[in-house]
Design a protein around this ligand. Structure first.
Ligand code: FAD
Length: 327
């Protein structure tokens, strides 16, 4: 029986949304192909996450527990993933395409002798593994194929929807020892500085309110923050809004920023330049607010509101508050 393995990064005591999305898709493929569905968690207390994986129908969970896995460092994560790979012997290993995964994917492929299909927006397994990969700032979709096995595939967030299985499973738990000497570390993580704007993590957010150059001052910024607060949304920004000094660079969405695919993306005063769209085109519903009816963002928007954001946002916030109060 072949094994399909998913890497499950964790955040704030639970598997990330992106990981559960990939796991859900791999479960569909595993059930169709009669393959074993395995997941792996790297964490000093990895057992804590087994419970959260049961509803997703996993047959096996590989755990790597080591204090060095407390925070992402390339060398131990690479060693741990390679150890799990050797233990599980999967034909396919799927990983969410996070910054950390991008750092190690190529090295992991080389270490375990696998092909790699990085940063894809869809994939399937037939006689070979085939995938669709957005390239050239998502202007072109490339069909790619791995002609050898095993295959590593990293998947963009928002491609699939995370859904529990029809019935939960009681997975076999396999502990994989990590033989890693921390004295060999060439890099250490000294401090993690968390952005202060917005309470919700951009890459995990289900709703994003993104500000562009149309948000031109502190009053506009406060409206964006208020709307985000009412919706429980994360805040993002275009490069122009960041260059204007209103938002920190960590919030940039686009070709040279974060790639996001939330359920709802509200673009406020953003023109829709190709470099911005590259980072958000995968959003399920896009609402654009722009005073220029010819702004390119309206070409990809699900709903468009033509008007001045300084008038529209207060109305929107008021209406959301009213609906929340009624329900
Ligand atoms: C190599 C490269 C990489 C890049 N990477 C990125 C990237 O990762 N992310 C990114 O975002 N950009 C990136 N850019 C920049 C990109 O080309 C655009 O310049 C940028 O996205 C424009 O941001 P914007 O839409 O906020 O600003 P603008 O293009 O200036 O648009 C502002 C919009 O706000 C509207 N507006 C103004 N006032 C109001 C109002 N009161 N109410 C409603 N609407 C209003 C205007 O009609 C306009 O459409 C990159 C560029 C290059 C060359």
């Amino acid at each position: 029986m072949s094994t399909y393995l998913c890497h499950i990064p964790t955040q704030q005591e639970r598997p990330t949304r992106a990981a559960l999305e990939v796991l859900t898709h791999v479960r569909t493929l595993a059930r169709r192909d009669g393959a074993r569905l395995a997941a792996c968690v790297l964490h000093p207390e990895a057992d804590r996450f087994v419970e959260a994986l049961k509803p997703y129908g996993v047959d096996q969970v590989y755990l790597v527990k080591h204090p060095v896995l407390d925070r992402h460092l390339n060398a131990p994560v690479l060693t741990a993933l390679a150890a799990v790979f050797r233990a599980a012997q999967p034909t396919l290993m799927a990983l969410p395409s996070t910054e950390s995964v991008k750092d190690v994917l190529g090295a992991l492929a080389a270490r375990v002798g696998a092909a790699a299909l990085p940063d894809v927006s869809a994939f399937d397994i037939g006689a070979s593994v085939t995938a669709t990969r957005p390239v050239m700032a998502a202007r072109v979709l490339a069909d790619t194929e791995a002609t050898t096995q095993p295959v590593l595939v990293s998947v963009r967030a928002g491609t699939y929807t995370a859904q529990p299985a029809e019935s939960p499973t009681e997975p076999e738990v396999v502990e994989v020892p990590l033989d890693f000497d921390t004295a060999t570390l060439r890099a250490t993580l000294r401090e993690v500085i968390t952005g202060t704007t917005g309470q919700v993590d951009l890459s995990e957010a289900d709703i994003i309110v993104a500000a562009g150059r149309g948000v031109r001052d502190e009053a506009g910024k406060q409206l964006v923050e208020e709307l985000a607060r009412e919706l429980g949304a994360a805040i993002g920004a275009s490069r122009a809004a960041i260059e204007a000094g209103l938002f920190p660079a960590s919030l940039q969405i686009g070709q040279t920023g974060k790639v996001v695919s939330p359920t709802l993306y509200i673009a406020v005063g953003i023109s829709g330049a190709i470099q911005h769209v590259a980072g958000m085109a995968g959003s399920k519903v896009i609402v654009a607010i722009n005073k220029d009816p010819d702004a390119p963002i309206f070409n990809i928007a699900t709903y468009g509101i033509v008007g001045d954001l300084y008038q529209i946002l207060p109305l929107l916030i008021e209406e959301i508050r009213r609906i929340k109060a009624e329900s």
